[in-house]
Design a protein around this ligand. Sequence first.
Ligand SMILES: NC(=O)c1ccc[n+]([C@@H]2O[C@H](COP(=O)([O-])OP(=O)(O)OC[C@H]3O[C@@H](n4cnc5c(N)ncnc54)[C@H](O)[C@@H]3O)[C@@H](O)[C@H]2O)c1
Ligand SMILES: [Zn+2]
Ligand SMILES: [Zn+2]
Length: 368
Amino acid sequence: MSSIESLLEKDDLAPAREASATMKALLYRHPGQRAWEEMPRPVLQAATDAIVRITTSTICGTDLHILKGDVPTVTDGRILGHEGVGVVEETGAAVSRIRRGDKVLISCITSCGRCDFCKKGMYSHCRDGGWILGNTIDGTQAEYVRIPHAETSLHPLPPDANEEAMVMLSDVLPTGFECGVRNGRLKPGDTLAIVGAGPVGLAALLTAQLYSPALIVMIDVDENRLDASRGLGATHTVDSGDGKAVEKVMELTGGAGVDVAIEAVGIPATFDICQSILAPGGHLANVGVHGKPVELRLQKLWSHNVTLTTGLVDTVTTPMLLKMVLSGRLRPQKLVTHRFDMIDVMSAYNTFGNAANQGALKVLLRTA
Ligand SMILES: NC(=O)c1ccc[n+]([C@@H]2O[C@H](COP(=O)([O-])OP(=O)(O)OC[C@H]3O[C@@H](n4cnc5c(N)ncnc54)[C@H](O)[C@@H]3O)[C@@H](O)[C@H]2O)c1
Ligand SMILES: [Zn+2]
Ligand SMILES: [Zn+2]
């Protein structure tokens, strides 16, 4: 074959290759607008990358913040999603521990495992990672996703792992545990209040029980979610809609206040409840993403020997939580209320965006 013929043949093949190299994905366009569109399939860009075919994904409250335009790092055309389970399709030359065909859990936090922050276990601040999926690089609400630093950002799963449980390990379970329970230094016998019974607050509720607190009060304004909290182990629930949450918690604790208060909403009113119900020596663990300043009542707290912690999830506890979920000790699949095919992701967003009316907690997206 002459060189001209071979060139022609390559050109003939090009359109066919291109056609098969597309996929469907959920894109952020601009505030208030999302679209389900045909996109090029991701390709390996670095030797440490892997391409994963998504089998299960889900929508996070943070995706709703992005759609409102609250997260300026997300730009027009970005594929959303930072949670997922899938099957490895292709790996870069430097990836040896994960192979094509492996079932994997995708961590919402990408970590190189080598930089100064990764070495301190602060993967959320990784110099070449952190929360980038569905933020500064394309995410998991798609048929395929490129995962940088695949060996440290993916967790191999047994082929028969329950995907509904596993996908809760991408974000909500480590977030509730690390930023809430662990930062709050919860101990056996402690009194605990969790403000916010969304998926993150409920993940804190599930993992808090590993420490056997004596009292667990869940506080929210959504009766459905308070109901769900009782089913998941809350000893008491408080509807804060009447503005009397502080009085009710003080009553439940005989006037003492709680040892640990977890803030899992992200607004000044709920931070205020937390600082008002803290017992001397207590821990206030903030999990919520705040867009506005809060009033810190230091004039009251200065003498109370309290600690206040903040944190972006590092996902360092994912391997440990994974073992507990695989053994059935933790059952985060209880947070799943709705299931959609990935191609119906636009409807899934409508359901999740109206969570209170729809009784929605975690809304799953599955590919065929
Ligand atoms: N720190 C991290 O690394 C991290 C990671 C993931 C999510 N988050 C944040 O955690 C928070 C919770 O996430 P989620 O997905 O569970 O959110 P969500 O919106 O589903 O849940 C928030 C809950 O707060 C309740 N609420 C609203 N106003 C209230 C009020 N005034 N009093 C009491 N309850 C009230 C709502 O009814 C809802 O049930 C969000 O701010 C999210 O952005 C933080
Ligand atoms: Zn999230
Ligand atoms: Zn790093």
